[in-house]
Design a protein around this ligand. Structure first.
Ligand code: PLP
Length: 385
């Protein structure tokens, strides 16, 4: 298998598995217990909190609250803030957010919040002047992602945060799920209040995430019950997963081979563009404006879903966009918001690289793709307009 779907999820790193394993077997104590066995679990949870804080550049480890996934972190950040501030029911977000933000905001609009939705241009970028004009006295929260999961396009979070701070007292939530482990993050210096992450996107297992809550920002508890997570999220801690998230954070901080991932991505991207005349990059052509690992390529008038199936048949895992929409024959909401024509949108395929990919895998993929496209030529959907 050649796995080029690392934005959907990643392999658990062997070092992460090794760190969490004892907590699935012999180290089963409850971190809330008063005895030493329990206190050791509490120490493990607190060590992991420090490791996550280190990766995110948080000022204090207490700014990190463990959650079950990125979606939970997103829901808690936005929903929690609005629950606590009912008079500030104006939300600003973009149309290219992950469903965990987009669908939540659609739901909040249905129950009485006002949402200002930002479109982006063909490169995936938003207009900061429009943002400034959209900020109001009752704007409670602005939620904008750091890196788009489908295209890898990066938002200028520092500039966005500065505009928000200068022109309003809205809270700034950033969905950082796709960026963590791929680019440096320094929340103590960034004008960001809430920041969501998810472990399975950077070599921890599924089922663990975190929300960074800047000191001084308060949210109501996401789960009401015991006093875990400083009373902010009740429920006995998922110690093995938390330990894994900590170790994955430490590995991500130490990882220094992003250039290799970038080189593999560039080799694949350039190879496809050279071999297939109808192929175009979705998102900024300036590679500095995109994550180093992501290539989203439109092959006009072909069906991305068919390309994905043919590649799957020869053991190459890629996707048409967000894993949550992989069966859709419509262009994704993200590509629609970028105004990509439908004939290109439905022919778009996302290749997302990771630290375990090799040059040999990329070369093999590059040999196979032109054949796959040639074999699909009679299935071209020329009527898509
Ligand atoms: N936000 C972004 C940008 C994502 O890409 C994803 C998952 O793909 C999520 C949030 C949701 O994360 P999780 O799968 O941990 O709920």
């Amino acid at each position: 298998m050649i796995y080029l779907d690392n934005n959907a999820t990643t392999q658990v790193a062997p070092e992460v598995f090794e760190a969490m394993q004892p907590f699935l077997t012999s180290l089963y104590g409850n971190p809330s217990s008063a005895h030493k066995f329990g206190r050791d679990m509490r120490d493990a949870v607190e060590d992991a909190r420090g490791q996550v804080a280190g990766l995110l550049g948080a000022k204090n480890a207490s700014e990190i609250v463990f959650t079950s996934c990125g979606s939970e972190s997103d829901n808690w950040a936005i929903g929690g803030f609005l629950e606590q501030n009912p008079s500030r029911r104006h939300i600003i977000t973009t149309r290219v957010e992950h469903e965990a933000v987009r669908k939540l905001c659609e739901h909040l609009a249905e129950i009485g919040c006002q949402v200002t939705w930002f479109d982006v241009d063909r490169a995936g970028a938003m207009d900061l002047d429009d943002l400034r004009k959209a900020l109001r006295r009752d704007t409670g929260i602005v939620s904008i992602m750091l890196a788009n999961n489908e295209t890898g396009v990066l938002f200028p979070i520092k500039e966005i945060g500065r505009v928000i701070r200068e022109h309003s007292d809205a809270i700034f939530h950033v969905d950082g799920v796709q960026a963590v482990g791929k680019i440096p993050i320094n929340l103590s210096e960034w004008p960001v209040d809430l920041f969501s992450i998810s472990g399975h996107k950077f070599h921890a297992p599924k089922g663990v995430g975190a929300l960074y809550v800047r000191d001084g920002v308060t949210l109501p508890p996401f789960i009401i019950g015991g006093g875990q997570e400083q009373g902010r999220r009740a429920g006995t801690e998922a110690v093995p997963n938390i330990v894994a998230l900590g170790r994955a954070s430490q590995l991500a901080k130490e990882f220094d081979n992003h250039d290799q991932i970038r080189a593999l991505r560039d080799r694949l991207e350039q190879g496809i563009i050279a071999a297939i005349p109808d192929a175009k990059i979705n998102g900024s052509t300036d590679k500095k404006q995109r994550l180093p690992n992501t290539a989203n390529i439109a092959i006009e008038n072909f069906l991305g879903t068919e390309i994905v199936k043919k590649l799957d048949a020869v053991g190459i895992c890629v996707s048409t966009g967000s894993a949550c929409n992989s069966d859709s024959l419509e262009p994704s909401a993200v590509l629609n918001a970028m105004n990509i024509p439908k004939c290109a949108g439905v022919g778009s395929v996302r290749f997302s690289h990771g630290r375990y990919n090799t040059a040999a895998e990329i070369d093999k993929t590059l040999r196979i793709i032109p054949e796959v496209i040639e074999n699909l030529r009679d299935k071209r959907c020329a009527t898509i307009g």
